[in-house]
Design a protein around this ligand. Structure first.
Ligand code: ZN
Length: 183
């Protein structure tokens, strides 16, 4: 950040009184510009035994496969964001959503939240941010072409849980603090 969004004057970095972190501060209007993590919300959409993946038409990770997901907007709930992103990227309407994975990604200041949901009806198609949208059996998941580690982790949890037909909420953080199978 270079300029104050309140008054347009240059900002400096300093630790405000009573604070413990460097912040962008405007010396003209004294606004402290706090910067906080962004939430990415998405859905693991199932149709029978298959999972819906989108091949990204945009950077980052253009051409790689992902669960439909994107940044939450102001004024919406996490669940609304997950539904909206699924409509935008996969033109897919969903039945009831179930919170499934919450993954902190502190090195890029993000929190990724995925819901499980069944496709409502049979319709889906590539939205403007997707090159194609496709249903995959577990055996055909393109593991080496997944766009994001949080997508990989969520899919791994899902296929493991499906063996037992129990789907608890999974919370974790990246990068992994201990060796995992997904490295
Ligand atoms: Zn200012």
């Amino acid at each position: 950040m270079k300029f104050c969004s309140q008054c347009g004057n240059p900002v400096i970095q300093r630790i405000p009184e009573g604070d413990s972190r460097l912040r962008y501060v405007c010396e003209q209007c004294h606004t402290v510009h706090y910067q906080n993590p962004n939430i990415v919300a998405g859905c693991l959409v199932t149709v029978g035994d298959q999972v819906l993946l989108c091949r990204r038409a945009i950077e980052p990770r253009l051409g790689y496969w992902t669960l439909p997901a994107g940044f939450m907007e102001n004024g919406e709930t996490v669940e609304q964001a997950a539904r909206r992103e699924t409509v935008e990227e996969a033109c897919a309407e969903l039945e009831e959503l179930h919170l499934y994975s919450l993954i902190d990604v502190p090195h890029i200041n993000q929190v990724h939240v995925f819901y499980r949901a069944r496709l409502s009806g049979t319709q889906f198609a590539a939205g403007i941010e997707s090159l194609e949208v496709q249903l995959f059996d577990e055996a055909d998941i393109p593991w080496s072409e997944l766009a994001f580690m949080t997508v990989r982790r969520t899919l791994e949890c899902y296929f493991a849980d499906r063996q037992r037909q129990v789907y608890p909420v999974h919370t974790s953080a990246l990068p992994p603090s201990r060796p995992t199978l997904d490295t």
